[in-house]
Design a protein around this ligand. Structure first.
Ligand code: BTN
Length: 242
């Protein structure tokens, strides 16, 4: 099994910060930090992330022997495992929103953050942070765009069941990925993608690009069909066009 016994905390600033410090000090792959509550958690693009009691908040360390170029496929790989774990644990129909959110009926229930450090052109460590809204209370400003598994299921659900299920699913995905590469995951990812074949807008730093969402390619990049041709996008924030 890839994962070590989780190190559990009641309250931390950020599981991500702790895992990164440990990764930099050469901790083994599979180290996993779980917290009941985080005071300074953050998400993609440095956005702050609400992490109160009741949610599943954790970070773990990977040391894949891959080139930096291949990092783009890691978030989709994790999204596949997390989406499977949510579906199987609670028998609900969730979807992946590119690049690495999990949605239920268009509301975000989970987010994935991938941070990396390299040695030359090779990955030294990856720290993956996962936040799942399970039984936590969402602040008012998130009520329109986010949901908890408790709201979806109509009752409290077990974060431990979800964590164990994710660990099993990711263990399988990761081993397969190291053996055969990412190509064999592409179809599965795209089948579970929300807004597939829909007109979307992808926002990057100072650019917004509209096109038809054709899912990801084997490089992990999003394929956008635009009037002027096919465009492949590495990162960004995706919205459905009105
Ligand atoms: C996103 O959707 O932007 C990713 C959110 C990732 C949040 C998790 S919660 C556990 C870990 N610790 C953090 O500070 N962030 C990640």
């Amino acid at each position: 099994m890839l994962f070590l016994k989780p190190k559990r905390f009641k309250v931390v600033d950020s599981t991500q910060k702790i895992a990164k410090e440990m990764a930099a000090k050469n901790c083994p792959q599979g180290l996993i930090i779980v917290a009941d509550r985080q005071k300074e958690s953050y998400g993609r693009l440095g956005r702050s992330w609400s992490a109160g009691v009741g949610g599943l908040w954790f970070s773990f360390v990977l040391r894949p022997k891959i080139s930096l170029q291949k990092i783009l496929v890691i978030a989709p790989l994790i999204a596949i495992a997390l989406n499977k774990a949510i579906k199987k644990s609670f028998k609900i129909s969730s979807k992946i929103k590119w690049p690495n959110d999990i949605l239920i009926e268009r509301k975000k229930v989970a987010g994935i953050l991938v941070e990396a450090s390299s040695r030359g052109r090779k990955v030294d460590w990856l720290v993956i942070g996962i936040g799942v809204n399970v039984n936590n209370r969402l602040p008012n400003f998130l009520q329109q765009t986010a949901a908890t598994l408790k709201q979806v299921c109509g009752k409290n659900v077990s974060k431990e069941v979800l964590l164990e299920s994710f660990a099993r699913e990711f263990d399988l995905c990761y081993k397969k990925f190291l053996k055969v590469g990412f190509s064999s995951f592409v179809n599965f990812y795209n089948k579970n993608l929300s807004f597939y074949n829909r007109e979307v807008i992808v926002f990057t730093d100072d650019l917004s690009q509209a096109g038809i969402n054709k899912g990801i390619a084997k490089t992990g990049k999003l394929v956008l069909k635009m009037p002027q041709g096919i465009k492949r996008v590495s990162a960004g924030t995706l919205r459905l066009a009105d």
